[in-house]
Design a protein around this ligand. Structure first.
Ligand SMILES: [Zn+2]
Length: 202
């Protein structure tokens, strides 16, 4: 069944729980919804149709693939790119691995491991971010407030801080936006600390 796309940033910023065989209908609905949106979308996570379970679907050539409880176990060749999202307006800068190895269960819940590169690897990383409640951007402006916190947490191994600074310098309306972002950050922190109280959070 094709389901409506969730755009609520508070809902989308919560971490998804592991999926199990009781989630087969969600897999079917997620595939149906991706196929109905192929003109503007190449991948989806289950929380984008309102189910906070760790299931992603994505295009791989002419096929749509399913991964249940996907886990990136290796990544090489980090680079910076910009991405859009069906649930959000605008694009964001982010860092991705060029090549990844992913452990997952397929749609029949058989375990698998696969290596992916290029665009397919990028989609998988974007959708796994959704499972972790990582997103950006509200109100049509480039606003990586939620994403930025995550980047800061990982700034030891990424160039996240420098990237954020460069973005701020380029923006002529930065003072106004900084004030707006500060407001949003406060709200996001509230949302995140609520999420942190769930036992599934790390
Ligand atoms: Zn997305």
């Amino acid at each position: 069944m094709i389901r409506p796309i969730v755009r609520d940033p508070l809902f989308l910023s919560q971490k998804s729980a592991p999926a199990d065989e009781g989630d087969r209908q969600t897999i079917t609905d997620l595939l149906d919804t991706l196929r109905a949106n192929l003109d503007r979308c190449v991948g989806m996570a289950a929380n984008m149709i309102g189910v906070r379970k760790r299931i992603i679907v994505f295009c791989c050539g002419p096929f749509q693939m399913v991964m249940v409880n996907p886990q990136i176990i290796a990544g090489t060749g980090e680079y910076e790119t910009e991405e859009g999202c069906l649930s959000l307006t605008g694009v964001r800068k982010t860092r991705r691995y060029k090549k990844i190895t992913v452990k997952y269960l397929d749609r029949d819940f058989h375990p698998g491991t696969g290596s992916y590169e290029g665009f397919t690897a990028q989609i998988i990383q974007h959708e796994i971010d959704h499972c972790d409640g990582i997103l950006i951007c509200t109100g049509g402006q480039r606003d990586p407030c939620v994403r930025r916190m995550s980047v800061r947490a990982r700034s030891g191994r990424t160039a996240g801080k420098q990237q954020t600074g460069a973005e701020t310098r380029k923006n002529p309306g930065r003072r106004v936006m900084a004030a707006e972002k500060s407001q949003r950050l406060k709200r996001s922190r509230g949302a995140l600390s609520a999420a942190e109280r769930t036992p599934s959070d790390e």
